[in-house]
Design a protein. Sequence first.
Length: 104
Amino acid sequence: MRLSLYCAFAALMALPAAWADTPAKPSKIGLCAACHGADGRASTPEIPNLAGQNLPYLRGAIAQYKSGKRDFPAMRSALGMLNAAEIDAIARWYATRLPRPATP
Ligand code: HEC
């Protein structure tokens, strides 16, 4: 009895952790989706895929577009419409998407 209670409790405690790994789709994703795709799979081969990219890398690249260290006006203007929390939600969203399978 004690064991099954413990198991039920452990399962309940694990649920929020699982949910935390799959963030909700950010409301402002449309600002990025036209180019990078809502799931981080870019619309054309000239645009980088973001799905499954490392979160620290995404944050660093975004900071460089914002600061102008990476000079790409379309990116800077899209990022300029978002606050820090919205940008972070989008970075976490893309980092947890599945990458496109490789094509030979
Ligand atoms: C008009 C199309 C366009 C839009 C809109 C756009 N991007 Fe980009 N993004 C690009 C292109 C093209 C590049 C590559 C630019 C370069 O050569 O540095 C890029 C690069 C990036 C990179 C770096 C990828 C890497 O592998 O280094 C990140 C991260 C990124 N974009 C995130 C975003 C986010 C977040 C948004 C929405 C706020 C956004 N982009 C909106 C076209 C776009």
